[in-house]
Ligand binder design. Structure first.
Ligand code: CU
Length: 144
């Protein structure tokens, strides 16, 4: 079993139409960003949705934050025997007119060795670097 890492943006039931176009917005948009609470020195994970309204694909090439020693793009995958593992993703292509979800059990941002506690109800800043769109800094709500 594999996890669908890339989904098209529109939830059309008509498979025959293929790629469906997103009609509003422009550039790259990051929505619904959140991160799990965590203690200083431990790890946490962050999630969001990337929407690419452009006619060209873009590539997420890196992430950074001030709340951890290391901030990495990760994906979860299934090991032999059904156990879940995760590994770093060096870059991630965001196809034209598509939505890519970072969510529990799939793609996520890994905050390794937190330099401050992440407290529910607060927020953290996360910077995403895209090859075409440059740096985009977002605020992620911290919640369980
Ligand atoms: Cu991870």
């Amino acid at each position: 079993m594999t996890f669908p890492l890339v989904t098209t943006g529109c939830q059309s039931d008509d498979e025959a139409t293929g790629d469906s176009e997103l009609v509003t917005g422009e550039g790259i948009t990051i929505e619904d960003a959140w991160a799990r609470p965590g203690s200083e020195g431990r790890m946490s994970a962050g999630y969001f949705t990337i929407i690419n309204y452009e006619n060209e694909s873009d590539t997420l090439t890196g992430v950074s934050s001030d709340v951890a020693q290391l901030t990495e793009i990760h994906e979860s995958y299934e090991l032999e025997g059904g156990m879940m593992g995760m590994r770093e993703v060096s870059e991630l292509i965001i196809p034209a007119h598509s939505t890519v979800n970072f969510e529990p059990g799939g793609l996520h941002i890994m905050f390794i060795q937190l330099t401050e506690p992440l407290v529910a109800g607060k927020a953290l800043e996360l910077t995403l670097v895209f090859s075409n769109s440059g740096e985009i800094t977002i605020s992620a709500e911290i919640r369980p």
